[in-house]
Design a protein around this ligand. Structure first.
Ligand SMILES: [Zn+2]
Length: 315
């Protein structure tokens, strides 16, 4: 659509025809494509009815193993704005962008915040210990889960707004108004987390799972221990990792062990059973299920659900 519009515009300019085409076709909306859920959610709120916003990752799909289909690549090449995260999980993006004949407008989310190195805290199961794995030099990259800090979510939302308002200048006020409403809610969320953690004595999270909450923990000065790093595909903790976490649960008098969405929570269950504590899910918002989508889930509703869970399980 965009290309056709550009061609028509060029023809109009070149031939000096008067602009008798006041009626823009309905279908000539902006198209915004995102890889994962948080920017999808922000973009749809910012764009309202002025754009079609699409998420590439299928609902319920695992973002770390996502690979674009031919249809996805065509959609990307035709969109007005493509928003991607820029981490390890979408390493495929740059290659596709480089292969496009006509470059498209893109927003790389990790460029909008201060990226932190992925951290390997004590006890974490890393690939170095797994000798069946291929050893492509295990250098620690940037942690890609930037959106788990509401403060970063604000920066991402503002960057999305700037891009869209720059493309569709006529409606820029509409986009900035929508963004202001969203940002106000994100700030409220952020201050509610700050208030809550201010009441918590032992600001320690123990995950019997991957830990994609590095930025969240950083924002609220939380300590953490976890079975695996953020994007690890490992599911079996070593005996040493399990023993380390059990010791921490006991010595720190932790009442709950956490797992993430789309996880079978087997590790958390086992550790909880061994130590007699409870388990709870914290949603890292990579993606949502069809049921969550149908019920109107947003980044903010998922993070508020996390806040409620933390209020019940952290003392
Ligand atoms: Zn991840």
């Amino acid at each position: 659509m965009k290309k056709i519009a550009v061609v028509i515009l060029l023809l109009t300019v070149i031939t000096g025809l008067c602009a008798c085409s006041s009626a823009e076709p309905e279908s000539d909306k902006l198209t915004v494509i995102t890889t994962i859920f948080p920017p999808y959610d922000f973009a749809r709120q910012i764009c309202g009815d002025k754009a079609e916003v699409l998420q590439l990752l299928p609902l319920g799909g695992e973002s770390h193993s996502y690979e674009p289909t031919a249809k996805d690549i065509i959609a990307i090449s035709n969109c007005d704005l493509f928003i991607y995260n820029g981490g390890e999980s979408d390493a495929w993006v740059e290659e596709i962008l480089n292969s496009l004949d006509t470059p498209i407008k893109t927003l790389k989310m990790t460029d909008t915040v201060t990226a932190l190195k992925e951290e390997y805290v004590d006890g974490m199961q890393t690939e170095e210990h797994d000798h069946d794995h291929n050893h492509d030099s295990h250098d620690v990259g940037y942690d890609e889960h930037i959106w788990t800090s509401p403060e970063n979510a604000v920066k991402i939302a503002v960057a999305i707004c700037n891009e869209i308002a720059g493309i569709d200048t006529e409606n820029s006020k509409y986009y900035t108004d929508n963004t202001e409403a969203l940002v106000n809610e994100l700030y409220r969320l952020d201050s509610d987390f700050t208030d809550f953690f201010g009441t918590v004595e032992n600001k320690l999270l123990i995950f019997g799972d991957r830990f994609p909450f590095r930025y969240f923990a950083d924002r609220y000065s939380l300590r953490y221990f976890a079975a695996f790093p953020g994007c690890s595909d490992e599911t079996e903790p070593s005996a040493a990792t399990a023993a380390f976490l059990i010791e921490k649960i006991k010595s720190e008098k932790v009442g709950c062990i956490y797992y993430i969405e789309f996880s079978n929570h087997a590790v958390a269950d086992t550790l909880a059973e061994d130590t007699g504590i409870e388990t709870a899910m914290l949603h890292s918002c990579h993606n949502i299920t069809k049921a969550e989508f149908d019920s109107g889930c947003t980044y903010i509703s998922l993070m508020r659900q996390n806040l409620e869970t933390l209020e019940k399980t952290m003392k």
